[in-house]
Design a protein around this ligand. Structure first.
Ligand code: ATP
Ligand code: MG
Length: 149
C-alpha cells in the first residue's frame, strides 16, 4: 500500500502522469471515492498521458463508457454510478473487457461479485482545504512498484 497526502489538483495530475509508464495491458484500475473526490480528474490525466493524441476526455457520467486507443492498446474509462445491477456491467461487455484492456473504473463497488481479484485500487479522499489523499494498492497478482510516483 502506498499513500500520498495533501495533494493539489496539479499534484494528482503529476502522479497520474508518473503512474502511466508503470501500467501494462490488461489491467483494471478501480477508483474508489465519494462524489467529487477526483476520480475523473485522475483518469483524465492518466488517459492524456497514455494517449498523447487525445485532446478531449469527457466524463463518462452519461455514456457510462468512453473508449480510447493508446500505444498500449484499448482503454476503457467507465463511470458505473448509474448502474443498478452488476449484471448491467456484463451486458455492456465490461466484465470481458476487464481481462482484455486497460479499464479505468469509477464507482467499482457497482461491479459487486464481478469485481476482479487482480486489480489496482486507487482510493481518493477529500482532505483539508480541498486537498486530496490518495492510496494505491495492488490486489491479487498485480505487482507495481510505486516508489517512482
Ligand atoms: P464523481 O463521483 O461525480 O464522478 P469524481 O470523483 O470523478 O466525481 P471529479 O469529477 O474529478 O470527481 O471532480 C473533482 C472536482 O474537484 C473537480 O472540479 C476538481 O477541479 C476539483 N478539485 C479541487 N481540488 C482538487 C484536488 N486537489 N484534486 C482533484 N480535484 C480537485
Ligand atoms: Mg467522475
Amino acid at each position: 500500500m502506498y499513500s500520498l497526502e495533501n495533494l493539489s489538483e496539479a499534484d494528482l495530475t503529476k502522479i497520474a502522469e508518473h503512474l502511466s509508464p508503470l501500467i501494462s495491458s490488461p489491467l483494471p484500475l478501480c477508483l474508489w471515492g465519494n462524489l467529487g473526490a477526483g476520480k475523473t480528474t485522475f483518469c483524465r490525466a492518466l488517459i492524456r498521458a497514455l494517449c498523447p493524441q487525445v485532446t478531449e476526455v469527457p466524463s463518462p457520467t452519461f455514456t457510462l463508457i468512453q473508449e480510447y486507443e493508446s500505444p498500449l492498446g484499448t482503454i476503457w474509462h467507465c463511470d458505473l454510478y448509474r448502474l443498478d445491477m452488476p449484471e448491467e456491467a456484463e451486458e455492456l461487455g465490461l466484465i470481458e473487457a476487464l481481462y482484455q484492456h486497460i479499464c479505468l473504473i469509477e464507482w467499482p463497488e457497482r461491479l459487486g461479485h464481478f469485481l476482479p481479484k487482480n486489480r489496482l485500487d486507487l482510493h481518493l479522499k477529500i482532505g483539508a482545504d480541498l486537498s486530496r489523499n490518495l492510496t494505491l494498492q495492488c490486489q491479487g497478482a498485480v505487482k507495481i512498484d510505486f516508489c517512482h510516483l
